[in-house]
Design a binder for this molecule. Structure first.
Ligand SMILES: [Zn+2]
Length: 389
């Protein structure tokens, strides 16, 4: 099907050519067929007969390239790239660019195609140069910026990614603010990992100024406060997630626990968790709360609590926890049965992905801010409920 579509595209110049030929002949002018290289018709014939490999050889051999045949060369190169034969696509496009007869628009188009060939073969530096050249020409700006953005993200060159995204936003009218905020978060995390806390803080503020709903920025900001001993500020930043996007709230339960523990106010934390379980009922929060109840109150209260919650929202992880507690209180044959059930529930939990991309369905065991599958930002989210626990 893909091949047929490409064939259709290849035929467009043929259609244009015949239109031009008929137009000319209607005006009673001399037929221009003699101006067209016979090899061109030979090539087209191979295309029409669905013999693309032979067609390619003919087109590569052709020495004369005019405005009609340029389109065919471009279409052919594109067809090759799509078929994964990038070396041949590069040959066709390089060959085309070397022609002195090309006008500026045609040359720019060939540069764009060659840039895409280089990207496909992983030659990002070469591709970058060509797209920057297009930016200088002020031609194919949308495409050039879009590819540059992809290159800078692949290279983790966040400063350039930000610069291009800002320009792209102006040209395309699309909203790039959420991904610009993610780029600032990348830089902030790099600073934080190398101990440059004040620089990290600066970049987090940039992220928030581009996207006030950026949960990742709140998490990084909270981590900075936590590292510098400002626990109340850290708690406030972590809790901000609930207002920004409550699906990510489980990401901050453990760091929040650390903050409250350090402050010596676990009771306050238990109260907060009870509110969260009531509102969102997600299993991770429930399990942590159960552990705390078992530790600070009693195991019996914890068992009763999980049991009641499971009736409302059944989950394998909840059952696993319930079995774990009752296992401690059983002996003999009951203990054996419960041990077997525990092994089953543990297996079930191990197999389940805990995160999923809502754009491409990529399953993940950990949170990625950029999906490794489709490269979308903020599309991977924790899974809740019976389906994913
Ligand atoms: Zn994805």
């Amino acid at each position: 099907m893909q091949f047929e579509l490409n064939m259709f595209w290849l035929l467009l110049p043929v259609a244009a050519l015949s239109g031009w030929w008929i137009g000319r002949s209607n005006q009673g002018q001399k037929l221009p067929l003699k101006n067209i290289h016979p090899e061109y018709f030979k090539g087209l014939n191979f295309v029409l007969n669905e013999q693309p490999d032979k067609a390619i050889e003919v087109f590569i051999r052709m020495t004369e390239v005019d405005s009609e045949t340029v389109e065919t060369h471009l279409a052919l190169g594109n067809l090759f790239r799509r078929r994964g034969e990038v070396d041949r696509a590069i040959r066709i496009h390089q060959n085309l660019i070397a022609r002195p007869t090309l006008n500026q628009e045609q040359r720019a188009h060939a540069l764009l195609e060659l840039g895409m060939d280089y990207m496909r073969s992983g030659l990002l530096d070469r591709a970058e140069k060509l797209f920057l050249e297009l930016v200088n020409f002020d031609l194919y700006l949308n495409e050039a910026y879009s590819h540059l953005l992809e290159i800078y993200q692949q290279e983790k060159d966040w400063e350039n990614a930000i610069a291009v995204a800002k320009k792209s936003e102006i040209i395309s009218g699309e909203n790039f603010s959420p991904i610009i905020a993610q780029f600032y978060c990348e830089i902030a995390e790099n600073y934080l990992n190398t101990g440059k806390v004040s620089k990290a803080k600066e970049k987090v503020h940039d992220a928030i100024s581009f996207n006030s709903k950026c949960v990742r920025a709140s998490i990084i900001e909270a981590r900075i406060f936590q590292l510098t001993g400002k626990l109340d500020h850290a708690i406030k930043s972590y809790k901000r997630l609930e207002l920004q996007d409550s699906t990510y709230i489980t990401e901050v339960i453990l760091p929040l626990y650390d903050c409250y523990k350090e402050k010596g106010s676990i009771n306050e934390f238990i109260k907060y968790l009870r509110e969260l379980v009531k509102k969102y009922g997600n299993i991770n929060t429930l399990l942590i709360l159960t552990e705390l109840i078992a530790e600070y109150e009693s195991e019996d209260v914890a068992i009763n609590f999980v049991f009641q919650e499971l009736k409302n929202r059944p989950t394998v992880q909840g059952v696993d926890k319930l079995v774990e507690y009752t296992l401690n209180k059983s002996k003999g044959a009951t203990y054996e049965y419960l041990s077997a059930i525990k092994q089953l529930t543990t297996k079930l939990i191990e197999k389940k992905p805990t995160y999923k991309c809502n754009n491409c369905g990529f399953d993940a065991k950990m949170l990625h801010w950029q999906c490794p599958g489709c490269k979308h930002w903020e599309s991977i989210q924790p899974i809740f409920g019976v389906a994913g626990e």
